[in-house]
Design a protein around this ligand. Structure first.
Ligand code: NAP
Length: 274
């Protein structure tokens, strides 16, 4: 398995990255630079995480050149609409201290607000202007995907959705794949709820791997990109090693059988928080 996935726009997305949600801004620079120096090349941030400055500092403090990194941000719900989204992208770039984002996502569709098509047009324009290399979405259902593609002719490269052993999202992952959109898994460890499941413990014992490694490996073998968060150096290193081993088809199926259709986060149909 290669370390990167080719996107439908020709760019390459690292399979495994660092998510920075809930990391305080003051701690983010240290975590990001440590992660990059340990081998991470993808950093998944967002305006609403409140730590874009820290993320930018961490990138500068790391030993790796900016052009070897893949930096993502997201347009928050309150910034939807063409003009607001364009400003939000410029503001994120300023806060992070970058000239371009590798990827920008619409964070949630907010279907009641019904501005995601205009927001998508803002991402398309920002891409044309060189502010963003790749454009994608997050928490989009099939009808939301079809609408932005139908109205603009431009397909997202990624749909970042909640996926973990308790919410395997088989249907939504297939919907993404059928449109040549990469699934990127958020909350990939599902609040650690499956760490003690007998199927996971059995695989860990046989392969001498940790629950985090087994679950992250399951994501990778599903064909997803995955963005676990950690502020612990030992966990950052442990999680990177998910790239170094193989799960059998039987073990993959045993993990997928833990599905309960149980979300950790909100349902995209209903989530409109600003
Ligand atoms: N698009 C969206 O709507 C959306 C929504 C939610 C999240 N996200 C993105 O997805 C990223 C990941 O999701 P998440 O932050 O919710 O959760 P997560 O990555 O599934 O889990 C994070 C938790 O796992 C622990 N952990 C990490 N590695 C571990 C290991 N090897 N052993 C034991 N525990 C470990 C962390 O604690 P330690 O710090 O102690 O390691 C932390 O408590 C976010 O940071 C964000 O970038 C996107």
């Amino acid at each position: 398995m290669k370390n990167a996935i080719k996107l439908n726009d020709g760019h390459s997305l690292p399979r495994l990255g660092l998510g920075v949600w809930q990391i305080p801004n003051d701690d983010t620079a240290g975590v990001v630079s440590t992660a990059i120096n340990a081998g991470y090349r993808l950093i998944d941030g967002a305006f609403i995480y409140g730590n874009e400055e820290g993320m930018g500092k961490g990138i500068v403090q790391s030993d790796v050149a900016r052009d070897a990194l893949f930096v993502t941000s997201k347009v928050w719900n309150s910034e939807q609409g063409y003009d607001k989204a364009r400003r939000a992208i410029e503001d994120s770039l300023k806060r992070i201290g970058l000239e371009y984002l590798n990827m920008c996502l619409i964070h949630w569709p907010c279907p009641v607000k019904d501005q995601y098509v205009d927001t998508w047009k803002a991402l398309i324009a920002a891409q044309k202007d060189g502010q963003i290399r790749s454009i994608g979405v997050s928490n989009f259902n099939p009808d939301h995907l079809d609408r932005i593609i139908g109205e603009t002719g431009v397909s997202p490269v990624v749909n970042q959705i909640e996926v973990n052993p308790r919410l395997i999202q088989e249907k939504m992952r297939a919907e993404n794949k059928s449109r040549n959109i990469v699934t990127q898994s958020w909350t990939p460890m599902g609040q650690l709820a499956s760490f003690g499941a007998p199927a996971i413990v059995d695989i860990c014992n046989r392969l001498e791997r940790t629950p985090a490694q087994v679950i992250l490996r399951w994501h990778l073998q599903l064909g997803a990109s995955v963005i676990p968060r950690s502020t612990e150096v030992a966990h950052l290193t442990e999680n990177l090693a998910a790239a170094d081993f193989e799960l059998s088809d039987k073990d993959m199926a045993a993990i997928s059988a833990l599905d309960e259709g149980q979300r950790c986060g909100p349902d995209p149909v209903a989530f409109e928080d600003e």
